[in-house]
Ligand binder design. Sequence first.
Ligand SMILES: Cc1ncc(COP(=O)(O)O)c(C=O)c1O
Length: 403
Amino acid sequence: MKLASRLDLIEPSPTLAISARAAELKAQGKDIVGFGAGEPDFDTPAHIKAAAIEALNQGFTKYTAVSGIPELKKAIIDKFKRDNQLDFQPNQIIISTGGKQVLYNFFLSVLDNGDEVVCPAPYWVSYKDIVLLAGGTMKLMQTSFDAGFKITLADIEKHVSNKTRVFILNSPSNPTGATYTPDEIRALAAALEKFPDLLIVTDDIYEKLTYGVEFLNIATASEKLRPRTVVINGLSKAYSMTGWRLGYAGGPKEIIAAMDMIQGQSTSNATSFSQRGAVAALNAEQQCVEDMRVVFEKRRDLAFSLLSGLKGLRVFKPAGAFYLFPDIAGLKATPGWAALAARTGETDTGKIFSKGLLDEKLVAVVPGSAFGYEDGFRISYATSEAQIEKGLNRIREFVEALG
Ligand SMILES: Cc1ncc(COP(=O)(O)O)c(C=O)c1O
């Protein structure tokens, strides 16, 4: 069957292979510990569900305006004002079916064929494929474990030029949890201000999950960047609403209008009653968000302490999101590595480790190559303490057996 050549640009989600294998083993009755999924394990808070149920009961089940219902736009404008000191008008806001669709809308709206997008690596899996599908080219700024997986001003100097169309910022980061401090954001902003035609997209989906580092949005930090920054956020992570598919953006009205047009020809509006749930989420008291954050912080500490001190593995304590991203370059020198590589039939470090770990210890993690960093793997600690202990003790045994 002949399919579109644009499919040659992208790869099947690398996380799917691991998830499919984990599901297969689970179906065989195996006791799998899953650290793959990037979603909170909590239920959505009751007041949010109640608002959506009420919307359903009231018959709020029809199409809405493409860019979202006025009450939700207002709640988002209030949120931007309250949390980020950013002022938006309703025509600067779009609500979409998840942060992912917001990103699709954005890149389809601003990229012409061959336009260059600069992004730090490791990066969230979908950025690259969305950019490529939109006709762009991806220029990666490889960060290192030693730099805390953060870019430096030298990286900007080296990679960003007047040819660059978009700069992607994601702090706290998926997959590393790296979180820029306010001073670091201000320094990045000052460096990016020098490129007058550059657009900034800041993906703030983990804004609410920080541990000891204050979140600062780059558009808040820089008045000069504000008119050319699109701020993307969503309800999935902060309110445990992944299945509701609710994301949003605030930005220049011309870009938002273009995104609205693209969305109008794809999904139309985000689900009507999800939008009502989101109004409740954003307008109500935010204690539920803080309660979940506190639990994540405890889990981060537990996961970090269980993974620390293993030979061949370097892990740092991230200040945000719910991931650990150990560097495992050192494992390649262990006596058992060659045999493990042979058993798995894989060639890249993260895949050898992840496949071996799943087959031999029944623990699912995501190989680093999915995020543009071969010598690593990602653990999502958005699961119970009991699962974290069980899974990480198995990882410890697995690593120790390599010698
Ligand atoms: C960095 C990042 N951005 C955006 C998203 C998209 O989330 P959603 O489409 O559920 O809003 C995710 C989800 O994993 C993410 O990790």
